[in-house]
Design a protein around this ligand. Structure first.
Ligand code: NAP
Length: 277
């Protein structure tokens, strides 16, 4: 049985991953900004569930959470970086403080969690870091330009990190959910307070569409959690795992268009070198 630490367990995908891991018999440090939102886990699972208050933008809380995991279970085998926020804005509408806040949670929060956890994993020569990315980590569309930017950054981090820590026996996986029915649109996503009317018919109409679609999203967060459990049980897990027909289609379409564009422009691409010889 493994020892897990999961961020953002108050609701949604993080909560379901915590439940799935505990039901499978693992021990879990269940973290949330409002620790009372996860109190029910200790009622149900006893000592195998340790709850900790954790805002991933607070380095002291991160250090304390990792210490708690070490004191309670002896270490962390599986770190799930799930906590995240969304932000709907055309690029021109983006407010500096909001964009930075988004990166602080979705990117720098993950960086700090990983830095705090890796020393223990390196010492033990084992571990699995799971980063909950997004379809938007691979395909960018308005009004998710900034949100996508945080998740693209997370994808790059994941890809490089996986190569860096493989020699230590540590695995790294990014999970790319499509549209899942969680509290996301209701609570975790906000939008620019300074919309520009010239974008009303383009970016603005997509904001409306996203908000209207929010209650009909096809993805079941429990099934996402089961997929995460499955991946962490593999000797050779994938670097990326797409979850949902929507993300499968979007990524395949992007790869096909990208590949065609690369081929179309290959002669220009190659013709930039000094003459050989
Ligand atoms: P959710 O139910 O709204 O959960 C978001 C979680 O993140 C909440 O527990 C929230 O805690 C937590 N959180 C936000 N800021 C935090 C911070 N500074 N420190 C610690 N925790 C923080 O939405 P969800 O869909 O499950 O989202 C989970 C992850 O899935 C996110 O990374 C998101 O980008 C990703 N994702 C979701 C979808 C989707 O369609 N739902 C698709 C692709 C990717 P509070 O209760 O304190 O706010």
């Amino acid at each position: 049985m493994a020892r897990w630490l999961i961020t953002g367990c108050s609701t949604g995908i993080g909560r379901e991953i915590a439940r799935a891991a505990l039901e499978a018999g693992h021990s879990v440090v269940v973290t949330a900004r409002r620790v009372e939102s996860v109190a029910d886990f200790t009622d149900e699972f006893g000592d195998r569930a340790v709850t900790v208050a954790l805002d991933v933008t607070d380095k002291e809380q991160i250090a304390a959470a990792v210490r708690t995991a070490t004191d309670a279970f002896g270490g962390i085998d599986v770190l799930v970086n799930n906590a995240g926020n969304g932000y709907l804005a055309a690029i021109e509408e983006g407010e500096d403080d909001q964009v930075r806040k988004l990166f602080d949670v979705n990117y720098f929060g993950v960086v700090d969690m990983i830095k705090a956890t890796l020393p223990g994993m390196r010492a033990r020569g084992a571990g699995h870091i799971v980063n909950i990315s997004s379809m938007t980590g691979l395909v960018a569309n308005p009004p998710n330009g900034y949100y996508s930017s945080t998740k693209f950054a997370l994808e790059a981090l994941t890809e490089a990190l996986a190569q860096e820590v493989k020699p230590f026996g540590i695995k790294v996986t990014a999970i790319e959910p499509g549209a899942f029915r969680t509290d996301w649109a209701a609570r975790s996503m906000w939008e620019s307070a300074t919309p520009i009317s010239d974008y009303d018919d383009t970016v603005g109409s997509r904001k409306t569409m996203i908000k209207e679609f929010a209650n009909h999203l096809p993805g079941d967060p429990r099934k996402a959690a089961d997929a995460v459990l499955m991946v962490t049980g593999l000797d050779d897990p994938p670097l990326r795992l797409l979850l949902g027909r929507d993300v499968l289609k979007a990524v395949r379409d992007k790869l096909a268009a990208f590949s065609a564009s690369i081929d179309e422009w290959a002669s220009v691409t190659k013709d930039v070198e000094f003459p050989r010889g």
